[in-house]
Design a protein around this ligand. Structure first.
Ligand SMILES: [Zn+2]
Length: 228
């Protein structure tokens, strides 16, 4: 767990992520890793754009956290975690930092967070057998900061009502953060969308924040590309 509050942590994440511009090289490197890991962990199933985006985001956030909070890599699964097996292994800057951790260690820590936080992590969904989960959980000293990631391709916009409905699931978290990836020359449209999501959630009394990053288009990893 972080020794800082959810409020502090949410501000910190905003400072690391807002206005981040992802490079073409980073996207290609992350996509290559996802391609290999989909074969290894996901039986060769396709890998979506959000998996690549999440991998890139985790690499950036993790490297910053290790530097800012002097966190040894063995502590990382207790600080931020999710059940996603592929994106947690993406690193596009191995020469500069090391956050490679075995899957088993991520899993043990995630199971512990479910034991501790229960329905805040495994969120019951009416009419569904499996619980809903945020894309990424950060464990602050006073509770959870959750991240929801959205890839918005060229010429597309965010579906605001759907995103609000999804983010409402995280209303019992201390803070919830939406991070949109604009695969477009301008971030203006998506910026407007996330402000709208933020405003609607705030009307419900939810402590929410919307951030926008920008980068090149990410091409989905197709099953046919994955050699098994
Ligand atoms: Zn990295």
């Amino acid at each position: 767990m972080f020794r800082v509050t959810s409020q502090y942590l949410a501000e910190y994440l905003a400072s690391v992520l807002d206005a981040w511009i992802v490079s073409e090289t980073e996207v290609l490197a992350a996509r290559q890793t996802v391609k290999c890991l989909q074969a290894q962990y996901q039986k060769g199933r396709p890998g979506g754009q959000e998996c690549v985006f999440e991998g890139l985001l985790r690499c950036r956030v993790t490297a910053n956290i290790m530097a800012t909070f002097a966190a040894h890599k063995s502590k990382l699964p207790g600080l931020l975690n999710s059940s996603h097996t592929v994106s947690r292994h993406v690193c596009v800057s191995k020469k500069h930092h090391d956050h490679v951790i075995p899957n088993q260690d991520w899993k043990i820590a995630f199971d512990q967070s479910i034991d501790k936080h229960g329905r805040l992590v495994n969120i019951p969904a009416p009419g569904k057998q499996s619980p809903c989960r945020a894309d990424l959980y950060f464990f602050a000293s006073d509770g959870i900061v959750s991240l929801e990631l959205k890839y918005v391709g060229p010429g597309q916009l965010l579906n605001v009502p759907n995103t609000v409905a999804q983010m409402r699931r995280y209303r019992h978290h201390k803070r919830s953060v939406l991070v949109g990836y604009a695969a477009q020359p301008s971030r203006a449209g998506l910026e407007e969308n996330v402000r709208e999501v933020e405003a609607r959630l705030k009307r419900y009394g939810q402590q929410a924040r919307g951030l926008v990053v920008r980068g090149p288009e990410i091409v989905r990893v197709e099953a046919t590309e994955i050699g098994l």
